[in-house]
Design a protein around this ligand. Sequence first.
Ligand code: EPU
Length: 335
Amino acid sequence: MKHYQSHSLLSHNTFGFLVSCSDFYQYEKKEELIELYNEGVFRGQWLPIGDGSNLLIKNDLDYPVIQSNIKTLEVIENSEKKCLVYVGAGVVWDDFVQWAITQQLGGVENLSLIPGRVGASPVQNIGAYGVEAKDVIRRVEVYDTKENRFRVIEAIDCAFEYRGSLFKKEKQLIVVGVTYELIKAPYYELKLDYGNVREVLQGLDTITLQDVRNAIVDIRMSKLPLPSEIGSAGSFFKNPVVSKTEFERLQQDYPTVPFYEVTDGYKIPAAWLISQCGWKGKNIGAAGVYEKQPLILVNRGGATGDDVLFLMKQIQLSVKDRFAIQLHPEVCLIQ
Ligand code: EPU
């Protein structure tokens, strides 16, 4: 296990804020968490971190940050149609996606190029282009920092929801590994009905997993900033879900409002609400609203967490004022 004191988090938060932490622990084996327990690290405040691609860290942290570097990737069950793969929390998510595609295993191709590590995939139930992590997760292995023991939680008990799960609420749990259920060729079904995915693939006779990955990568690259070039944490807000009555009122005033019907109401793209309020491409100081996808708040260079939070509040106020809809951050705010 590596341990650094007074450690800069600049390369561990994709917003690119100049923040630090008192101690930074990087563990290679899950058993090392027991050492941290014995040292008393879990008695105070601590923060588990992947690649910091969904965090807004506002200030220097006077408590430890703990990062998994467990790189296991193991096929644990193989049948004619399916394959169960156990992946360590420290594996880079997109490396796992590329591995699955190379092995001709379907299920995660639509989740190509999502930044971050495997450990975060169940926590916020990452999702894109019609697929969510919950669709492929079979079970999650966690370390319980209160009880000092490892536990395996079956998918059905993970309380997966849109960008959320049990692990967002039960903060004492650290994800150490995830078992995914992937489907073998030729049994997997491609999901091409979100947005312009099918359109991008037009002209191909047979569509391979790699073709889908390439299409998703192209779409993402055309809309989303690369964390290595522009600081951001992906979508800053969740897409709000409104009731039928609220939706009908909204549609009366704005007949062109885009929407998706979901089980508990109507999901309205926050990007649309934010654009309607005139925020697209706008900046306040060094914090900005990305011009190609207004759901993304960016660091134009030298922004602080406070700058982004100020911009967040202004956007929330104008969306609330105009549409009576409250936007909630998708990004975790770390104080
Ligand atoms: N839209 C606008 N103006 C824009 C862009 C989008 O009005 O400039 C509206 C359009 O109506 C469009 C709709 O927003 O049809 C949806 O846009 P998009 O398909 O880009 O998706 P999103 O709802 O804005 C979500 C996820 C993204 C994910 C994409 C694709 C959330 C919070 N975000 O964004 O996830 O990549 O769908 O599946 O659900 C992330 O979580 O960090 C993330 C990037």
